[in-house]
Ligand binder design. Sequence first.
Ligand code: Y43
Ligand code: MG
Length: 197
Amino acid sequence: MKKIIIATKNKGKAKEFRAFFDPYDIEAVSLLDLEEEIPDIEETGESFVENAAIKAEQIANHFQQPALADDSGLIIDSLEGRPGIYSARYAGEPTDDQANIDKILEEMKEVPENERTARFICVLAIARPGEETMFVTGYCEGHIQLTQSGENGFGYDPVFVPEGYEQTMAELDPDEKNQISHRKMAINQLESKIDLL
Ligand SMILES: O=c1nc[nH]c2c1ncn2[C@H]1C[C@H](O)[C@@H](COP(=O)(O)OP(=O)(O)OP(=O)(O)O)O1
Ligand SMILES: [Mg+2]
């Protein structure tokens, strides 16, 4: 079975990538699956594209083989686009999903239902040693619920209701999330480039 390296230490992402690549008979190996301890990569970029490139290129150079990285986050209109590229560390470091959720719900407690629009974004970078890095982007539109609900998924899933749904991403079946998510929308565009990995 062909293997590709996913430059992530996020368990939730790693699980979704395994599900996405399985039908292609490709094993998605995350940094959490490797014996070697990979130091945390500093996300010093000023955009999703820059941060995805940093992660993919660092891992591709380290292993001297192709790597795929995902930089993603939540963009909330009533918070002027925050938490954006700071989504993972919005309530400080180390990353704490529950603290991040608490912080946005508190900041949005006065925001009425019709102004709670938001979108997830996912930028995927494919880096190969000595080659130019490539990017694809996917979005998922929705809104931020007043309170959290659901146990599936990760990150902000318990407060994000996708457009056309009544439940949060964390209440959806994982297979259903994987059909409509920003990550899936990005993967769809990657299809023609999968042979490069
Ligand atoms: O499908 C999703 N459902 C819920 N929340 C999500 C999703 N996708 C991204 N998010 C949130 C989680 C984290 O707060 C941030 C990503 O930050 P981001 O730096 O890309 O990932 P990370 O630090 O967790 O792992 P890594 O950099 O090792 O890939 O956006
Ligand atoms: Mg990160």
